[in-house]
Write a protein that binds this ligand. Structure first.
Ligand SMILES: *[C@@H]1O[C@H](CO)[C@@H](O)[C@H](O)[C@H]1NC(C)=O
Ligand SMILES: *[C@@H]1O[C@H](CO)[C@@H](O)[C@H](O)[C@H]1NC(C)=O
Ligand SMILES: *[C@@H]1O[C@H](CO)[C@@H](O)[C@H](O)[C@H]1NC(C)=O
Ligand SMILES: *[C@@H]1O[C@H](CO)[C@@H](O)[C@H](O)[C@H]1NC(C)=O
Ligand SMILES: *[C@@H]1O[C@H](CO)[C@@H](O)[C@H](O)[C@H]1NC(C)=O
Ligand SMILES: *[C@@H]1O[C@H](CO)[C@@H](O)[C@H](O)[C@H]1NC(C)=O
Ligand SMILES: *[C@@H]1O[C@H](CO)[C@@H](O)[C@H](O)[C@H]1NC(C)=O
Ligand SMILES: *[C@@H]1O[C@H](CO)[C@@H](O)[C@H](O)[C@H]1NC(C)=O
Ligand SMILES: *[C@@H]1O[C@H](CO)[C@@H](O)[C@H](O)[C@H]1NC(C)=O
Ligand SMILES: *[C@@H]1O[C@H](CO)[C@@H](O)[C@H](O)[C@H]1NC(C)=O
Length: 700
């Protein structure tokens, strides 16, 4: 009997065992076994308990969790027992948990933990206890302590002997100085983030033990200078948003691994003195006070420029003399590809400056004080594809005719907001790969006839004809006169901006016929177009997507015939009094997605199409609330227009005679009544007189 019972039980056990195995296999392989435990989501080995208002770590979660996310729960304290059910944790996130303390035994069971995120808590409260808890984490590789109000002493204690750490995040704390004991024993550290602290001093040797360090971020601190920079293994150094006045790499012949150096938003006076051997490819120096000081030194060549730096270290004062040009000349910029020098004080670039950067492909000199630029062999280097010279005081580009292919790779050339009158003949012809040219806000003129390339003398006009590679051209605010025939002949322009050149089209768009088939974006803002003589006709512009006609004097809608692909149309600030005729609008509306119509003196009685326009699902009118119209002498917002208004308008327009009649009739009636009354008043005595006479006479 017993044996029989056992026989019956066996399949049951087998079943249960099998079932257990399947569950294990499924969760282990990361299949979608989403389950909800204590309001947490568990998928694969990841348990997500974000924002659950938990006051303690739930004890009923999957014991096999490898990743536990408890962000944004008011835990306050991580107790000794909090994590005891989860011995398989590899990654734990306790971001914004109001943590003040971590018990020293909290991580005792966590032999596998390698990533710990404790950002945005208040661990400065009980930092000794927390530091003690960290000491049990001998396999930890990634630690985030950002935003915990930690001072340098607290951090030093917490990081002590955590020799397995590879990434440490300490941003948004209150660290002020770093000394040589700070990172002791962190020999495997590769990434260190110290941004947004108050660091004003880094003692020599502070980073010496960090032989594996690759990325160092010191942005948003108070560092006044970096001297004797010697982290040869570093690949990325970010010291942006400090108060650096100079940067000086250690001399010597050691090879640096440095690839990216961000010194932007500081107060550098000189071009940084970079390592002699490095792999630097990105150098960010925007928003500093840098310049070259030939005039200040009264020397003919920059080679004699010398700067003396005063170094005060404790009670020792050292004066370092640096020959700026020699230092610059000896720095290794052969791999440099991206150089941002915008928002500085450069008045000129010394001869040979750009020659040192043969691989340069992006150079930004926006917002400096350059007055002229000499384009020579290898300057700028032949690899350059983007050159931004906008917002300087350039009055000329010097170029030696006969010199070919110095801008052969250039694709984007920005000369906006300078004082150029022209561009050397042939320079643009030489830039045979150029696609984007911005010459806006220069007082240039267009050459009336094609110019010969070998013409001598300073350029007085610009010729864009036959620039086959050119796709985008901006000539906004160039003071251009009326366009002559075919100024863009031989180009395949897709983007053209002719805005703010008053009178450039002289009421006709025929000068653009050459490029009409290719144009996709056309801006004709503030050019004084009027449609008083003929309607503007954009029928030939088959590929036009975006048309800006704002700020003109159009009184009627332009015509769009043919196969239309127009998507955006801007008609603000014109003299339109009515919406387009139904036919025109229907055709237009087929492709149109966005239309701007405000600031026109519409007549409220001529806006019958509004309802239909607003009802269109596919069309957006972003400035709808600002469109007004004119009823008698009142200005009414079109959206507020009552339904009956068109009725009023009809009445007003069609039956003007009736209106006058209605206005005049009461006056007439009053007059008539007055006359009658007067007549009757005088009538009685008269009758009486007559009567009495008669009477008298009858008596007589
Ligand atoms: C936590 O555990 C440690 C030993 O690992 C012990 O010294 C400490 O008193 C415990 N703390 C609490 C609050 O139980
Ligand atoms: C850190 O390690 C050193 C030796 O490597 C040892 O002497 C010291 O006691 C350790 N400190 C702590 C707090 O564990
Ligand atoms: C340097 O850090 C600042 C602040 O975090 C950041 O905006 C910038 O992109 C960083 N620069 C580089 C090159 O990563
Ligand atoms: C600059 O140097 C020249 C001689 O090299 C001298 O004649 C001139 O006075 C100097 N100017 C200034 C402002 O020092
Ligand atoms: C400089 O300071 C050190 C201690 O920091 C002291 O030993 C030395 O005598 C000082 N030297 C002078 C010249 O004051
Ligand atoms: C000052 O200069 C001396 C000799 O040139 C050098 O040994 C010393 O390290 C320098 N001190 C500092 C703080 O740079
Ligand atoms: C011109 O630009 C194209 C990419 O737009 C590039 O592939 C080609 O190499 C460039 N030609 C030269 C001479 O740089
Ligand atoms: C050229 O520079 C100006 C000013 O810096 C900027 O507004 C414009 O967008 C730039 N043009 C192009 C084509 O990038
Ligand atoms: C503008 O066009 C009118 C006729 O269409 C012509 O008489 C006038 O000369 C033109 N103005 C200019 C500056 O070309
Ligand atoms: C109403 O429109 C007319 C033109 O139709 C214009 O002259 C007048 O100034 C407008 N009135 C107001 C109040 O804007």
């Amino acid at each position: 009997h017993r044996a029989a019972l056992e026989m019956e039980l066996l399949p049951l056990w087998l079943c249960l065992g099998f079932h257990f195995l399947t569950v294990e296999w499924r969760s282990g392989s990361g299949m979608a076994t989403a389950a909800s435990q204590g309001g947490c989501k568990s998928v694969g080995g990841v348990t997500d308990c974000r924002k659950r208002r938990l006051a303690s770590v739930p004890s009923d979660l999957s014991p096999y969790s490898q990743t536990l996310i408890l962000d944004a729960n008011p835990l306050k304290t991580l107790w000794n027992h909090s994590l005891q059910h989860y011995p398989h944790l590899e990654s734990l996130s306790l971001h914004s948990c109001h943590l003040e303390s971590i018990n020293r035994g909290a991580f005792q069971e966590q032999a596998h933990l390698h990533s710990l995120d404790l950002a945005d808590n208040t661990l400065s409260e009980n930092y000794k206890e927390t530091a003690a808890a960290f000491h049990t984490l001998q396999g930890l590789r990634r630690l985030d302590l950002s935003g915990n109000s930690l001072t340098e002493d607290m951090v030093a204690l917490m990081l002590q002997n955590l020799s397995s750490l590879e990434s440490v995040f300490l941003g948004r704390n209150t660290i002020m100085r770093l000394d040589d004991s700070f990172f002791e024993g962190l020999g495997h550290l590769q990434e260190l983030d110290l941004q947004r602290n108050y660091i004003f001093e880094i003692e020599g040797g502070a980073f010496d033990g960090l032989t594996e360090l690759r990325h160092l971020n010191l942005a948003y601190n108070n560092l006044p200078c970096i001297v004797d920079f010697s982290l040869t293994k570093l690949r990325l150094l970010n010291v942006s948003y400090n108060v650096l006045e100079w940067f000086l790499a250690s001399g010597g012949e050691s090879a640096f691994e440095l690839e990216t150096l961000d010194l932007s938003h500081n107060q550098l006076l000189f071009f940084p003195l970079l390592p002699q051997y490095s792999k630097l490819h990105t150098l960010l120096l925007q928003d500093n006070n840098m310049g070259f000081y030939k005039d200040l030194y009264n020397t003919s060549s920059p080679k004699e420029m010398v700067a003396q730096f005063l170094l005060v270290d404790g009670n020792v004062t050292n004066i370092t003399t640096v020959n700026l040009w020699e230092e610059f000349a000896s720095s290794d910029l052969s791999d440099l590809r991206f150089l941002d020098l915008s928002q500085n004080q450069f008045q000129y670039l010394p001869d040979g400056f750009l020659k040192k950067m043969p691989s340069l492909f992006h150079l930004n000199l926006n917002q400096n004080c350059l007055m002229s630029l000499h384009i020579r062999e290898h300057e700028p280097p032949g690899a350059l594809t983007e050159l931004d010279l906008s917002q300087n005081q350039l009055s000329e580009l010097q170029w030696t005719p006969g010199l070919t292919s110095c801008l052969r790779s250039l694709q984007v050339f920005n000369l906006s907001s300078n004082q150029l009158l022209g561009v050397p003949t042939g320079l643009l012809a030489d830039a045979s790969n150029i696609t984007t040219l911005d010459m806006s806000h220069n007082q240039i003129s267009l050459c009336p006839l094609p110019v010969h390339l070998d013409r001598e003398g300073p350029p007085s006009c610009v010729d864009f004809r036959n620039m086959v590679s050119l796709r985008s051209l901006s000539l906004e605010g160039c003071g251009l006169g009326a366009l002559q025939d075919c100024p863009f002949q031989g180009t395949l322009l897709t983007h053209l901006d002719l805005s703010s050149n008053w009178g450039i089209l002289n009421a006709s768009i025929t000068p653009l016929q050459d490029i009409a088939p290719t144009l996709q974006v056309l801006s004709l803002r503030n050019v004084g177009l009027s449609s008083s003589f003929t309607e503007l006709d954009f029928s030939g512009f088959g590929n036009l997507r975006d048309l800006d006609l704002s700020g003109n004097s159009l009184t009627s809608f332009p015509r769009f015939g043919g196969s239309l692909s127009l998507q955006t149309l801007d008609l603000r600030r014109n003299c339109l009094t009515a919406l387009p005729q139904r036919a025109a609008s229907e055709q237009l509306l087929r492709s149109l997605r966005t239309i701007y119509l405000s600031q026109n003196p519409y007549d409220c009685c001529g806006v019958e199409g509004w309802g239909a326009l607003q009802r269109l699902q596919t069309l957006r009118i972003p400035d709808l609330a600002m469109i007004t119209c004119n009823l008698s002498s009142k200005v009414i917002r079109v959206v507020d227009l009552p339904r009956e208004v068109p009725q009023d308008c009809k009445w007003e327009r069609v039956d003007m005679g009736l209106l006058y009649l209605v206005l005049i009739l009461p006056s007439c009636l009053t007059l008539l009544v007055a006359c009658t009354v007067i007549f009757l008043t005088f009538k009685k005595p008269l009758l009486q007189v007559i009567k009495s006479r008669c009477h008298w006479s009858s008596i007589y």
